[in-house]
Design a binder for this molecule. Structure first.
Ligand code: AMP
Ligand code: ZN
Length: 468
């Protein structure tokens, strides 16, 4: 398996630190609003990387944080007259709903920055002790950037160029020893959340949280650290400096970065105002379509969002879902029995599409090519199956298609997209219809649910439902 490592700017063979295991950290969103579909790109991309690793038999420890203390959260809280905690709690919940609709698996751990303050204080103390950090007279703690000899190795920047860039943006009123030094801990301002520390009442800088959460949940050395390409500098560069200075070992072996989701070739971002939230797109499309659209491009290529491309993704996805449904239908009506000689031959041929799919994924997660091989498989299936096919043959083809789609996180069962809440509501409506002796409507609802794979059962405790 090869992946492009930002650190070496090369595709490299993936060799895990520990056999059979992958330790992976993905920088998560700052939670002060609904996530936009640009934020969804790294979620979908790295969830797919995880899924492929799991498909290959790796045990993946996947950690992705929520940044729940930040200027933007504080600003929003002040605007609404509520606490920062309330804002972050609300938008973490909303973000989790979006992730679930995008079929992004829950991480092994989703740590929150505000719950890891002690770890941050410990790491900052260790950095001060080793001479990599210092407290300035206003209580701010800075990282002594020039002391870390490898600074710039990820972003391939050199210190003198950085210094030149900094001269123009020098902020007056700070007490840094050097322009390049960055904040590890900062004093509180009036009305802001704060914590006690050996230096001042205050809060952590953004970069230190990921170094600490990665160390706590994955250890000092991890396999993969990932995020959007805007995080390469300064966020990831600073994480490397902090972690490697504190722990004395290489922080992450592979660094993966997704390219931007653009609109009119411009990065989608909250600050530019050119964004759609996942929620907005969800009103128009099944979010599986958004996931499929994202995977139709390579993760390191910029991707332009447009209605046309979403419509194309919708139609393509429909073709795959239709093939899966057709297989299911044929299976239900098929005669039992073994696969015929001809069918066995076809099954061997079908495995060729699995190989193509794997080859694409092994080449730096080329999901665009992997999706093409799924289409070829669909085409193959459509030409080879009929009402004459044996059940075993149909089952094997169906399993193969489902297995590959599962790696991409694409759900093939239409009924799977009915939510429990919708079921409960329909059941209530049916109950009311029965009370009014409107049996026609009651039956309609029963059939509607059945179509979505939900079976109703009358029991002594009332009507219960289960997925067929
Ligand atoms: P933020 O909440 O801004 O820290 O972003 C969370 C994640 O989304 C980070 O990994 C960002 O790099 C990523 N991200 C933000 N905007 C975009 C975009 N337009 N396209 C792709 N990734 C993005
Ligand atoms: Zn981070």
């Amino acid at each position: 398996m090869k992946l492009f490592n930002t650190l070496t700017r090369q595709k490299e063979e993936f060799i895990p630190l520990e056999e059979g295991k992958v330790k992976m950290y993905v920088c998560g969103p700052t939670v002060y609003n609904y996530i936009h579909i640009g934020n969804a790109r790294p979620m979908i991309v790295f969830d797919t990387v995880r899924r492929y690793m799991e498909y290959k038999g790796y045990e993946v420890n996947y950690v992705s944080n929520f940044t729940d203390v930040d200027d933007k959260i504080i600003k929003k809280a002040i605007e609404e007259g509520v606490t920062s905690e309330e804002i972050s709690r609300r938008f973490i919940e909303e973000c989790k709903k979006d992730m679930s609709s995008l079929n992004v698996k829950t991480a092994t751990t989703h740590p929150l920055a505000t719950k890891e303050i002690q770890g941050m204080i410990d790491m900052i103390s260790a950095l001060i002790e080793k001479g990599y950090a210092y407290r300035a007279e206003d209580g701010t703690v800075y990282f002594r950037t020039r002391k870390f000899k490898d600074y710039g190795k990820l972003s391939h920047k050199n210190l003198d160029d950085l210094q030149a860039g900094h001269r123009d943006i020098k902020v007056t009123g700070d007490f840094k020893e050097d322009d390049l030094d960055f904040v590890l801990w900062k004093p509180k301002k009036e009305g802001e959340p704060f914590w006690e520390s050996p230096w001042c009442e205050g809060r952590p800088g953004w970069h230190i949280e990921c170094s600490v959460m990665s160390k706590k949940y994955l250890g000092d050395e991890i396999d993969i650290h990932a995020g959007g390409e805007d995080l390469i500098f300064p966020h990831h560069e600073n994480e490397i400096a902090q972690s490697e200075a504190a722990n004395g070992v290489e922080f992450a072996k592979y660094w993966m970065h997704n390219a931007f989701l653009n609109i009119n070739n411009k990065k989608m971002s909250k600050s530019s105002g050119n964004f759609f939230t996942v929620r907005e797109i969800g009103e128009k499309y099944d979010l599986q379509v958004l996931r499929f659209f994202m995977l139709s491009a390579h993760y390191r290529s910029p991707l332009n969002f447009s209605e046309d491309l979403m419509e194309a993704a919708k139609n393509s996805l429909e073709r795959i879902v239709t093939a899966a449904e057709n297989l299911k239908h044929l299976q239900e009506n098929a005669a039992g029995g073994e696969t015929s000689g001809q069918e066995s031959q076809w099954l061997k041929e079908a495995q060729g599409y699995r190989e193509k799919f794997e080859a694409a994924m092994e080449d730096d997660f080329n999901t665009a090519d992997a999706v093409s091989s799924v289409f070829e498989l669909v085409k193959f299936i459509n030409t080879k199956v009929s009402s004459e096919s044996s059940r075993a043959f149909l089952e094997k083809l169906s399993d193969l298609l489902r297995e590959l789609c599962d790696v991409l996180g694409i759900i093939l069962d239409k009924e799977a997209d009915i939510l429990e809440e919708e079921i409960e509501n329909l059941m209530k409506e049916r109950q009311a219809a029965r009370k009014e002796k409107n049996f026609k409507r009651a039956d309609e609802i029963r059939d509607l649910l059945l179509e979505k794979g939900i079976v109703l059962k009358d029991t002594r405790e009332g009507v219960q439902w289960k997925r067929a």
